[in-house]
Design a protein around this ligand. Structure first.
Ligand code: PLP
Length: 374
């Protein structure tokens, strides 16, 4: 029996063994509450402080600018709902931003949507798009660093510069990017950044929000004084430690991982080219695409059938957004880049990770070939 192949890293990633090791003491003997006044608190408090400093260093922030949350969805909701004034968001944001913005719109808050560049080489947003759609009163612009369905990377430094010139704050949902491409909150000009540990080999249910020093955001959660009174609730110590360990190791290994993933992606596309020359790629436009990311359409071959076909061979890929497998409608991301119904219905997402091998890629291509009836 051949081993299974996981090629759905944009949905979630395997927990790094080093992260698990680092977490274990806090699930066992060092179970203390960091806020307690006795000796049990000390190891937990120290570990949370160190994790905050580690995470801050990885993205060139200050430790006090990092607030722990339960993940990407919470961080996104917090920024959107905790801010005031008009909102500008892109139409291909994750639903954590889009649905939060819609809920704000129902409360009479103005929301302006901008679309990414359309077409197979598109999927990214330039400042001109923001300029064309601009309306007085916009106080927060939220554009993702990289899209979770097509992997396209945005020129965030240009977008934040534009927002600031118009007097608005800038938030980026960097859930797909943190730990995978270099992130520097200063050169990117960020006021807020959302991240989630399970996308970079950390545990699920933990993430963070970067809030630039001096910037005000209303708390989403009221209660105790944890996280400087900004996000109440006893800290998820073990997960915070696991997240910091995974992020640090991913940042240390980023160059090596990227070149490995670029090699695998080239091989994958080469293989696809041989079995299906008319395949259409999405999101690999001028602004770049996340390492290991392939969003590809096989016109005439519904994605669901292919997904099940490769699943029978023990291979996990996804169709559209895997975070939303119950939603069978055409993805809002593929609509935003103007993909035709035919292209959208036949698009699959193959997202490779550092543990994938050339042999895995060979097996993915062979399984696709069978699923395509070639
Ligand atoms: N934002 C993006 C771009 C994502 O890909 C995801 C993933 O599901 C989220 C937000 C939500 O993150 P979480 O699963 O940590 O709530």
């Amino acid at each position: 029996m051949k081993s299974r192949i996981y090629a759905d890293h944009a949905a979630t990633t395997p927990l790094m063994p080093e992260a698990l090791e680092a977490m274990l003491p806090f699930l066992k003997d060092d179970f203390g509450n960091p806020s307690s006044l006795h000796g049990w608190a000390k190891p937990a408090r120290k570990a949370v402080g160190e994790a905050r400093a580690t995470i801050a260093k990885c993205i060139n922030a200050e430790p006090e600018e990092i607030v722990f949350t339960s993940g990407g969805t919470e961080s996104d909701n917090w920024v959107v709902k905790g801010s005031t004034g008009g909102l500008m968001v892109s139409s291909y944001e994750h639903h954590a931003v889009l649905n939060a913005a819609e809920s704000e719109a129902r409360r009479e808050r103005g929301v302006v949507y901008v679309r990414p560049k359309v077409g197979s080489g598109g999927g990214y947003i330039m400042p001109e798009k923001l300029s064309k759609a601009w309306k007085n009163g916009i106080r927060l612009v939220s554009i993702m660093t990289a899209n979770n369905e097509i992997g396209a990377i945005n020129p965030v430094h240009l977008l934040s510069e534009f927002a600031h010139k118009r007097g608005a704050m800038f938030h980026t949902d960097a859930v797909q990017a943190v730990g995978h491409i270099p992130i520097d909150v200063r050169t990117m000009g960020l006021d807020f950044l959302s991240a989630s540990a399970h996308k970079f080999n950390g545990p699920k249910g933990i993430g963070f929000l970067f809030i630039r020093k001096g910037v005000k955001l209303n708390p989403l959660m009221n209660g105790g004084q944890q996280e400087d009174g900004l996000r109440a609730g006893t800290e998820n110590v073990a997960s915070i430690v696991g997240m910091a360990t995974a992020l640090k190791l991913n940042c240390d290994r980023m160059e090596e991982n990227t070149s490995h993933l670029e090699n695998l992606t080239l091989r994958l596309r080469d293989g696809i080219g041989r079995i299906f020359p008319d395949a259409v790629y999405l999101g690999d436009g001028a602004a770049g695409q996340l390492p290991g990311f392939t969003s590809v359409s096989f016109p005439g071959h519904p994605a669901e059938g292919m997904l099940h076909g490769v699943d029978l061979k023990g291979i996990a890929v996804s169709a559209g957004a895997a975070c939303d497998s119950r939603n069978t409608q055409i993805s809002h991301v593929l609509k935003a880049v103007n993909a035709t119904d035919e292209i959208a219905r036949s698009t699959i997402r193959i997202t490779l990770g550092p543990e994938n091998t050339e042999d895995d890629v060979g097996r993915i291509v062979s399984s696709l070939k069978i699923a395509l009836g070639q």
